[in-house]
Design a protein around this ligand. Structure first.
Ligand SMILES: Cc1cc2nc3c(=O)[nH]c(=O)nc-3n(C[C@H](O)[C@H](O)[C@H](O)COP(=O)(O)O)c2cc1C
Length: 310
């Protein structure tokens, strides 16, 4: 694990960008707890992001970053903003950050693109990325098609820059396994929802606490927008429509605003309850700091026990 050394933070842990959830307050709470918090820009415009960056700066003097979704129609303005706001760390998703890379590099911004296949990781390294976040399909939210178990060691042997593992990790044992497979740090999503500070509706947290790994499913396979969620009325309707080859507009209508319904209204039937395969791993709500201590402590203990037995 080296990410903590590279970024001069306490733990080699990144809280992945989460649209509508990881805004300025939560991201800075994560940074204050010793990880690297990211403001997720999904659905945000320039004004929204400016406000959230101000909140984060107010709440912490520690390093925090911004997760840029390159599909966002506002992306050019968001990039201008992160540069003018002197943001030091960026992750990019849903596309190729090539056209912005020169400006990021000139400003000394650390860029870790998120990838779900090896060829994109190699291209990102050539473009000048400082590290790669490899996200396996075990993860919550929009996903690729390869598992962390396969993708992580493949990328780690093909690139020289640090590789961060995301997807399917929510315990010390899994953190140690990711290190063995080549990871320099971990990006968490699902487990960050199991924290007191996480600003999702209580119904969402209660639902997560009851959930098992077998309760997740993937919607959006037919329209190229695979998304891992908990099974509920919305997901069942979506999957039925997909089976009947329902038109894309109907599918779009079903998911439109569905994450907001779950996050803000606590609607556990019509909302999109994004969660990864590790949803059954944690059985209580932690303070962020307590969760990081547990993850790191368990990781160190397990690692030592393996070293001793060698
Ligand atoms: C509720 C939720 C929303 C997410 N939204 C985003 C997002 O907007 N952008 C993104 O790059 N990743 C998003 N993710 C993925 C996380 O950043 C992270 O990479 C992933 O959850 C890690 O896998 P895990 O869930 O198994 O820990 C989201 C995850 C969750 C749980």
């Amino acid at each position: 694990m080296r990410l903590d050394k590279i970024l001069n933070i306490k733990y080699p842990f990144i809280q992945g960008g989460m649209a509508n959830i990881s805004k300025g307050k939560f991201a800075s709470d994560v940074s204050n707890a010793g990880g690297l918090g990211l403001i997720g820009t999904g659905g945000m415009d320039e004004e929204d992001l400016k406000k959230e960056i101000a909140i984060a700066k107010e709440n912490t003097d520690k390093l925090f970053g911004v997760n840029l979704l390159l599909l966002n129609p506002e992306i050019d303005r968001l990039v201008d903003l992160v540069i003018s706001e002197d943001i030091k760390f960026i992750t990019t998703g849903a596309g190729n950050p090539g056209k912005f890379m020169k400006r990021f590099k000139e400003r000394g911004i650390i860029v870790f693109p998120i990838v779900s296949n090896t060829s994109l990781a190699i291209r990102m390294e050539r473009l000048g990325a400082d590290g790669i976040i490899v996200e396996g399909e075990e993860a919550a939210g929009h996903i690729g098609e390869l598992s962390t178990m396969v993708l992580l060691p493949e990328v780690a042997t093909k690139v020289k820059i640090p590789v961060i593992a995301a997807g399917g990790i929510a315990s010390g044992r899994q953190i140690f396994a990711a290190e063995v497979l080549g990871a320099s740090g971990i990006q968490f999503g699902t487990s960050m929802l199991f924290t007191e500070e996480c600003p999702i509706h209580e119904n969402y947290k209660n639902r997560l606490l009851q959930a098992k790994s077998s309760n997740v499913t993937v919607i959006g396979t037919t329209n190229g927008y695979r998304t891992r969620v908990l099974k509920n009325k919305m997901a069942r309707k979506y999957l039925n429509l997909e089976r009947e080859e329902g038109n894309k507009l109907e599918l779009e209508k079903l998911t439109l605003g569905a994450l907001k319904k779950a996050v803000f209204n606590g609607d556990m039937e019509e909302g999109s309850i994004m969660a990864g395969e590790v949803v059954g791993t944690l059985d209580k709500i932690y303070k962020i700091e307590e969760l990081f201590q547990k993850f790191y402590g368990d990781y160190e203990r397990i690692k030592k026990s393996y070293e001793k037995s060698e």
